[in-house]
Design a protein around this ligand. Structure first.
Ligand code: TIU
Length: 219
């Protein structure tokens, strides 16, 4: 069941394909979170909400597998490398008290997934300390145990967690399709280049398409 994509059609096999939503957390998407604290305009990410909502509804309706991730750290910050804490800082940094609780700390309001895309019972939620979803998580084991071989990867941000995760997944043998309207960046030029990097050189890391094409295949 091919899905129209670049650089060529994605060989969609629904039974072994999972939808992976990356870091659709309040800290990245709502005013007052980590993303906003870094000086970013969160509205650039919020345009992904409606397409993700439509895709998630159709995906759930088809009875296919869904997984979510959350970027964040333990309350004592013991899993936060000094390098990560030192960089990506502005007035506030990881672990500091912000308007939605301590920034990128597990259990805080800002760390949770936005209500619009909240996980349902049975959908795995992977807590990840890094940008990639495979580093220091159970994701690979869960995907193997569930027989998943393909991933539709959505979420934020295109050039950071989406790109890192697609690259990690590709090295582990997964075929990844990224719907361009369901991933977002605070920087329009990184959105464009982040997607180009995935599909260049004959699909060096994966495929890029649009949620409309996936919805058409699900119908
Ligand atoms: N999830 C994710 O992409 N984490 C980031 O820190 N992204 C930024 O673009 N900062």
């Amino acid at each position: 069941m091919p899905i129209a994509a670049e650089p060529y059609a994605f060989p969609f096999a629904p039974e072994t394909c999972a939808l992976l939503l990356l870091d659709m957390q309040r800290d990245f998407l709502e005013p007052g979170g980590f993303g906003a604290a870094l000086g970013n305009d969160v509205s650039l990410l919020r345009r992904t909400l409606a397409p993700n909502r439509r895709l998630l509804d159709a995906w759930r309706g088809a009875g296919l597998q869904v997984l979510h991730t959350r970027e964040g750290h333990q309350p004592d910050l013991s899993d936060l490398p000094e390098a990560k804490k030192t960089r990506a800082r502005s007035a506030l940094t990881i672990g500091d008290a912000g308007p939605m609780g301590r920034i990128l700390v597990r259990g805080e309001a800002g760390h949770d997934i936005i209500p619009e895309l909240y996980p349902q019972f049975g959908e795995a939620v992977i807590d990840k300390p890094g940008k990639g979803a495979f580093y220091a998580t159970d994701l690979h084991a869960i995907l193997m145990n569930r027989g998943v071989k393909q991933l539709i990867v959505t979420g934020v941000t295109t050039e950071v967690c989406v790109n890192t995760t697609v690259r990690e997944a590709n090295d582990r043998g997964y075929d990844c399709l990224v719907p361009s309207d369901c991933v977002g960046s605070y920087f329009p030029e990184f959105q464009e280049m982040g997607l180009k990097m995935i599909k260049a050189q004959g699909g060096i890391f994966g495929w890029v398409s649009h949620s409309d094409k996936i919805l058409a295949a699900l119908k």
